[in-house]
Design a protein around this ligand. Sequence first.
Ligand code: AMP
Length: 419
Amino acid sequence: MPPSQPIRATRGVRDILPPERAVWQVAEAAAAAIAERFGYQEIETPIIEPAELVERGVGESTDVVTKELYKFQDPGKRWLVLRPEGTAGAVRAYFEGHLNQGPQPARLYLMGPMFRHDRPQAGRYRQLYQFDVEAIGDDSPAYDAEVIEIAWNWFKDLGLNGVNLQLNSIGDAKCRPAYRQALLDYYRPLKDKLDADCQRRLEINPLRLLDCKTDAKYAAEAPKVTDYLCDECRAAFAEVRRLLDAAGIEYRLNPRLVRGLDYYTRTAFEFWHEAIGGAQNALGGGGRYDGLAAELGWPATPAVGFAAGLDRTVAMMHEEGIEIVAKPPADVLVVPDGPDLAVAAAEVGRISRQVRPAMVDFSDRSLKAKMRAADRFGCRWVAIFNADEARRKVVQLREMASGEQREVAWQDLPEALAS
Ligand code: AMP
């Protein structure tokens, strides 16, 4: 029995259909182009990963793991997750694929869906798409600046003007404990005034108190991480800024910027868009994650990268009125006029396709209806023929915009369509 209601998509996900998909294609192509211009190579990693990879890699105290993970047992009783982000998988792949034995750093990028069981709302999806760039295997702050420059250029290439870069350093294993203590000393007397979520953060991840939404007023007065940096972290941060200055990339120092994920060290950054504002609504973010590889049981290896959200980036393209003219599905529509012309029409389609995208109208609608369809698709040409013309192997080639029409032999179609 068919279901009583038509089957619809599950909550928090969506289809990206034409013509919207064309906008995504522009964003994706620009992402790949800018990454490759910097020598980054594309990788794919699995969407399913062992639960432990993400739990260890992303950090068991983070919202992504505690609340938002799609975690399930497969038929073999293994605990798996749908990846909520790309970095842990990229690092795993770097070692398993022996990229650690090649020239360092490995410059990698990946694009694809991530999954978070977030409360669906505007700009928040359960299947979201990210563009990830990772430079794995070198601790030079020059790579921090390089990945920032890639993201910066991507937004510029897309024509986005409202993006600003927020920059911070969150120290490393050496200097962060003193800062953590300073935060605890500051927040403990305020504990009763914090909401339940922030009280929890106080115990398990005090750095995250700085991006507590409801208690932002306390964060404004909190100790600044940049006052606690050790000499090495301070020097690295200065070098990142020097490189960004030289590249003409503007940034705002934001000592309250922390990353939700535990493995980050030193440089942390986010790209905000003026139309969406605050940290939770960033277009993307990243930083150095020198602690991640060892956390996953691989040799300690420095790395830096970022993840930008395609969903929000595309939304901001619309917000800024950036026009992407969706191309018609094909330049040529082959229109047989009459029954039993499918074989001939398919052949005309094949000949046209030597030079142009072409599709065939195989329907048995009227010629008028077929011409209306060609108009709606926005096809540049229509190649019309009836049974007699099929026998003579010619078509009437009509240019839709001018209305000009002329008879063209099949064999001359590639030349006629090439102009
Ligand atoms: P994160 O990995 O949390 O640092 O997120 C990086 C970027 O991915 C964000 O700045 C967003 O653009 C995007 N993103 C994260 N979560 C979602 C979501 N639930 N829906 C849409 N985009 C998201």
